[in-house]
Design a binder for this molecule. Structure first.
Ligand SMILES: NC(=O)c1ccc[n+]([C@@H]2O[C@H](COP(=O)([O-])OP(=O)(O)OC[C@H]3O[C@@H](n4cnc5c(N)ncnc54)[C@H](OP(=O)(O)O)[C@@H]3O)[C@@H](O)[C@H]2O)c1
Length: 340
């Protein structure tokens, strides 16, 4: 595509990620010719602001997608599967936020600061990783500049916005009732009350005892880093925060990995910032990193339980770098490389 300003459609524009997508596109001055905001019939007619204009959300239909050069899909796996073939038939490129195509062999799964070159072999669909995978691969990519990775163990602390707008409303309703001293409304999004609680379940359980979220973290990390054999185990936990996924990560290396070199590698990693002054209680938290497009790392220290290991703490705004920002960066990379 030679035009500077692609026509863009956003499927899922009324959702938690969709709304942040519009803000990030404005901030980054992402080039957009025409813009279609799409969702289901439920949200059709809802008004959203973009670059000083008010645009109405439309129902997603083939007609509404016609004319788009670039489609950002931030909806459901079913919607991605339904619309991806239509989008590619129309000759447009789709960047998908969901998990439907992430592990498909002909779909690049991309964090531009880590494997930007993978956009080159797309066949019309590209995917962003799960919002816990993104900051993790950025940190691991930096660390592996010092020594090869042998094993990764992670435990996550994931905000409710990772589940979508309805989960945020559920937490807010429960917290509101608690504050007023009223009985808490029964959960409908989560299997248990999320206010004042933590849950070692994100997504459904597989036969091996791991959840789908844990499997996604493992498989996606291996695909993005091009390390199909990387030893990996994760426990994904939902916590009652609204925005910002945190992770406690243990990394074991194949050989010596001095802290001073690892620190320098993390500082040099594009898109990542080190906040690590433990004596002054300086480390990233969901609240002090919300609204920022970077991934953050702190609490880097030696893990004395293995021969060559470190422990660290990672935090990212799941709606930004974990979703909308990464999708827009992929599009920017496509434009820069003439691949749109
Ligand atoms: N939240 C995160 O941190 C995060 C991070 C990375 C990736 N993702 C992925 O991004 C996607 C969206 O997540 P979200 O958190 O924004 O969810 P959400 O708040 O529940 O929003 C879902 C959006 O998709 C629309 N939608 C649902 N079914 C659709 C269909 N069949 N056709 C067209 N539009 C449809 C909804 O429209 P209505 O308003 O009409 O219902 C809404 O706009 C998911 O695939 C998720 O896995 C999310």
């Amino acid at each position: 595509m030679s035009r500077q300003q692609p026509n863009v459609a956003v499927i899922g524009a009324s959702g938690a990620v969709g709304e942040v997508f519009l803000r990030v596109a404005e901030e980054r001055q992402f080039p957009i010719g025409g813009l279609k905001l799409l969702a289901t019939k439920r949200s059709a007619g809802r008004l959203l602001r973009f670059r000083g204009e008010t645009l109405a959300v439309e129902e997603t239909t083939l007609e509404a997608l016609r004319g788009a050069d670039l489609v950002f899909c931030s909806a459901t796996s079913a919607a991605s599967r339904q619309w991806a073939p239509e989008v590619t038939k129309l000759g447009a490129v789709m960047i998908d936020d969901g998990s439907a195509f992430r592990m498909q062999a002909n779909v690049p799964l991309v964090v531009p600061e880590v494997n930007g070159d993978d956009v080159d072999w797309h066949e019309g669909i590209l995917a962003i990783p799960n919002c816990t995978t993104t900051p993790l691969v950025m940190a691991l990519h930096a660390l592996r500049q010092v020594a090869p990775l042998r094993r990764v163990v992670a435990a996550t602390y994931q905000a409710v916005s990772g589940t979508g707008a309805q989960a945020v409303a559920e937490l807010q309703a429960q917290l509101g009732a608690y504050g007023r001293g009223e009985p808490l409304p029964a959960p409908s999004v989560y299997p248990h009350q999320i206010a004042l609680n933590v849950m070692p379940q994100v997504d459904v359980f597989g036969e091996d005892g791991y959840t789908a979220e844990e499997a996604k973290m493992c498989n996606e990390t291996r695909k993005i880093l091009h390390l199909p054999e990387l030893a990996f185990s994760a426990t994904c936990v939902r916590v009652p925060t609204i925005v910002g996924h945190a992770e406690a990560v243990h990394v074991e290396f194949d050989g010596p990995a001095p802290l001073v070199e690892l620190r320098a590698a993390l500082e040099a990693q594009a898109g990542l910032a080190l906040r690590d002054e433990p004596a002054a209680s300086v480390y990233p938290t969901p609240l002090n990193t919300a609204g920022d497009d970077r991934a953050f790392v702190g609490r880097l220290r030696v893990d004395p339980s293995v021969e060559h290991g470190v422990a660290l703490w990672c935090v990212t705004d799941n709606l930004r770098k974990g979703a909308a920002t990464n999708a827009i960066q992929i599009a920017e990379e496509l434009i820069r490389r003439g691949k749109l």
